[in-house]
Design a protein around this ligand. Sequence first.
Ligand code: TRP
Ligand code: SF4
Length: 440
Amino acid sequence: MKIDPWSSATYQDYTRLRDEFGIEEFSENLWKDLPHPHRLLRRNVVFGHRDFSVIHSAILAKKPWAILTGLMPSGRMHLGHKMVIDEVIYYQSIGADIIIAVADIEAFATRGFSLTGTKKLAIEEYITNYIALGLKPENCRIYFQSHNEYVKDLAYQLGKKINWSQMVATYGFNGATNMAHIFSPLVQTGDILHVQLPQYGGVRPTLVPVGVDQDPHLRLSRDVAQAHRLFNIMETKDHRIGVFVKIDTDVGKLLDCAEAVVHDLGFTKLQRITEYKALYLDDSTIEDIPWINEAFAKKEPELGGYGFLQPCSTYHRFMTGLTGDKMSSSKPESAIFLTDSPDNARKKIMHAKTGGAVSIEEQRKQGGSPDTCVVYELFLYHLIENDADLAAIYTSCRKGELMCGQCKKRAADRMAQVLVDLGEKRAKAQDSITDYISDI
Ligand code: TRP
Ligand code: SF4
């Protein structure tokens, strides 16, 4: 199986994603003790992650961390897009720095959009809605890929440690792929890692919340981050913890520095073997590796490196379209757009594919099937905050007490209210766009 970020395929075999790609299960112990955990975390809509425990620790220790996400402005903003920004707004409320990339280079390279058209769409459709949904300007920066020289320079420089075979293996590129397209994953790597540059807040844990289709970019970014490190902190085959210098110049100086760093961290049983470019820490265990690693990462910029920590990621499920297949901007009846009129949204919901039985009598007898019902999904993802209220719908549907007509009407009423409210907030958002974007 290969994941293609530019196709319209959906990847729903979650077990396989875990086994084949190493995406781990987003289990309860990762969100339970966060401040007021968001419904998308509680309800397993976020189902997988890489290294989220790093973010979890940063949140609990109240240490700085960042969220980096990107938006591909390729059509009108719908409920599927809302989901990610809801998550981002939650993380902002618990202390994350928020950085949002407008993927105008990617839209240009892979979808044939113009940079100016993309800019207009990004501002009018997406950023205005983000503000209306509650994104705050404090500790938040939105930028365009094509305007950020640091991102583009990084993309170019980081490319030094990626070869063509790796790009072919990851993305399936071939001789007919245009060069701008080939370069666009490097720009995304620049997006993901530039937030750790000194001028953007320095080395710190970064979370990238995405759909699974974006995982190839995450793997690339994590490989590249690691490839550019000066030190590797790991357990050896004979179970010692070692700090290894990864480059061949200035080894002596780097080992001196490593000694000073681990000494400051409180380790004293050290053995230095210069010919292995190694410093062993015989009074540490594998549990110490993450924080030792972080200390080294923070030191590396002073030594001429980047010190990038590998970015962490979470993966969310995609909403089903109202028609039962994919929710897509190109099929208006499948999606509710944030700028749909309340009436129009109401109609789409009343026509939505439910998990109801063939007849009312049948449904009273057999019950409905909320697990395969897009109306239930609307409640779960967007419309009902209280878990007990959601559970009540689930149970009464299963028991055949709740009928689809009544249930759809409830969803439609709530949706209409959300859209009216958003419309009002969008009107107010117009004046504050420049508080979020410095480079329009
Ligand atoms: N490639 C993403 C998309 O197709 C957009 C994007 C660009 C992005 N840069 C990013 C997403 C950085 C996450 C992180 O939607
Ligand atoms: Fe879906 Fe509601 Fe019908 Fe149950 S009653 S199948 S949740 S629409």
